[in-house]
Design a protein around this ligand. Structure first.
Ligand code: NDP
Length: 445
């Protein structure tokens, strides 16, 4: 490791003990932008990287609620307000039993660079709770969301911090959170994105992360003279991002053969067509069932406890969670002839896996670039709320496509290494420059 990165990381580890996901995310960025900082001493003198790695504010709070049996339950809530140099904090809320400070700090840190890349004026934040929505009734989810908002409402606002969804937070949860905010403040304002269409939501927001990820993959393929038609794709996860990734891949003539959840993977060699996708959407979003039921319905293979990466594919779209592609998985993907990996999830590939992709010189689009379409469309929802207007579906989709194209161009601009594009370096550097310059303008704050 470069000695400047080593010294920087020693300090990060000492200040944030035990936060391994946060260390991983910071180190990835430090490694790719340290040479750029060394060449531009104004950033070094102003200690921009050190400041970016320190959250502006961390809020942790008790979330008590009463379950259907009348028993008191206690969860822990968080909001990490990471960086507001270029706009109000923006980033999702995650509800999952694995949620802790380290995971939310890594996500908030990534969000700062991602949001900067979108070309829109949004800062970075992230939040959530270790609450597990699985197996809970609608009433219990509502009780939790209301209690969560009873504290969060003090810290957010349309010009301060605008949360959105993430794992475990979809339309239902955004509705309950919004309802409680409105009640507490006696105010109808755009304090959350991912809202339903009839109360301030934007068309294309639910589709945006998955669609955007496919648009980004399409740009990477185009630049290297390839197209998506007929390509065999593996997708992990079966939630919001995975579902709309499949929809867009189908539209572009690719064939998706896998989906997964935390219990296992389905392999459908005939492809998950639009009819089967409609079944998945009903199964996951309404019945809240398991992906195994797909295998039972269509009589195909289900692999319990497995991820999809051993299945031969041309393109892979990790869309479930962090660290879901190990070094071994990456090697199998490359050996099986995979030419492109576009990350719908945040930090789904372990550092050695990224190295494997880059050594093999395959197209590798890191999450902070490839999945930025979600937050970008959230920012478009904020714009529509401010204007008190709604844009047409085609209008939002066009803007999303344009944004993904710009992100790709910026990655190429800062990431070109001869004929190869290092999208990690490109995304980190492009994201950094805009935030860093704003921080220089603002002085030592
Ligand atoms: P959802 O909750 O809708 O779906 C998550 C999916 O991933 C589910 O299939 C879930 O399975 C699976 N999953 C979750 N945790 C694990 C785990 N530990 N191991 C294996 N599988 C797991 O979330 P989203 O689709 O919104 O988010 C997916 C990823 O995309 C996350 O990394 C998120 O941060 C990222 N992302 C999301 C954006 C958005 O707009 N929603 C924007 C940008 C990034 P199960 O049902 O069994 O839990």
């Amino acid at each position: 490791m470069d000695k400047n990165v080593e010294a920087f990381m020693e300090d990060i580890v000492a200040k944030n003990p035990g936060e391994k996901e946060f260390h991983q995310a910071v180190q990835e960025v430090a490694e790719s932008i340290m040479p750029f900082i060394e060449k531009n001493p104004k950033y070094k003198r102003a200690k921009i990287l050190e400041r970016i790695a320190e959250p502006e504010r961390v809020i942790m709070f008790r979330v008590p609620w009463i379950d259907d049996a009348g028993e008191i339950q206690i969860n822990r809530g968080y909001r990490i307000q990471m960086n507001s140099a270029i706009g109000p904090y923006k980033g999702g809320l995650r509800l999952h039993p694995s949620v802790n400070l380290s995971i939310l700090k890594f996500l908030a840190f990534e969000q700062v660079f991602k949001n900067s890349l979108t070309t829109l004026p949004i800062g970075g934040g992230k939040g959530g709770s270790n609450f597990n929505p699985k197996g809970k009734s609608d009433n219990e989810v509502m009780k939790f969301c209301q209690s969560f908002m009873n504290e969060l409402y003090r810290h957010i606002g349309p010009n301060t911090d605008v949360p959105a969804g993430d794992i475990g937070v979809g339309g239902r949860e955004i509705g309950y959170l919004f309802g409680q905010y409105k009640r507490l403040r006696n105010e109808f304002s755009g304090i959350l994105t991912g809202k339903a269409l009839n109360w301030g939501g934007s068309l294309i927001r639910p589709e945006a992360t998955g669609y955007g990820c496919v648009y980004f993959a399409q740009e990477m393929m185009k630049l290297s003279g390839k197209n998506m038609k007929g390509k065999i794709c593996t997708v992990s996860g079966s939630g919001n991002v995975a579902q709309y990734t499949v929809e867009k891949l189908n539209e572009l003539g690719a064939k998706v053969v896998t989906l997964s959840d935390s219990s296992g993977t389905i392999y459908d060699p005939d492809g998950i067509d639009s009819k089967k996708l409609a079944y998945v959407m009903e199964l996951k979003n309404v019945k809240r069932g398991r992906i195994k039921e797909y295998a039972e319905k269509y009589g195909i293979t289900y692999e319990a406890g497995k991820r999809p990466w051993h299945i031969k594919c041309d393109m892979a779209f990790p869309s479930a969670t962090q660290n879901e592609i190990s070094k071994e998985d990456a090697k199998i993907l490359v050996d099986n002839g995979c030419i492109c990996v576009a990350e719908g999830a945040n930090m789904p590939t372990e550092p050695e896996g990224i190295e494997t992709f880059q050594k093999a010189k395959i197209l590798y689009g890191p999450g902070k670039a490839a999945n930025a379409g979600g937050v970008a469309t959230s920012a478009l929802e904020m714009s529509q709320n401010s204007l008190r207007m709604s844009w047409r579906r085609e209008e939002v989709n066009e803007k999303l496509q344009w944004i993904m194209k710009s992100i790709h161009e910026n990655c190429v601009k800062y990431g070109k290494e001869g004929a190869y594009v290092n999208y990690v370096k490109g995304a980190n550097t492009a994201g950094f420059v805009k935030v860093a310059d704003a921080m220089l303008d603002h002085g030592a704050v």
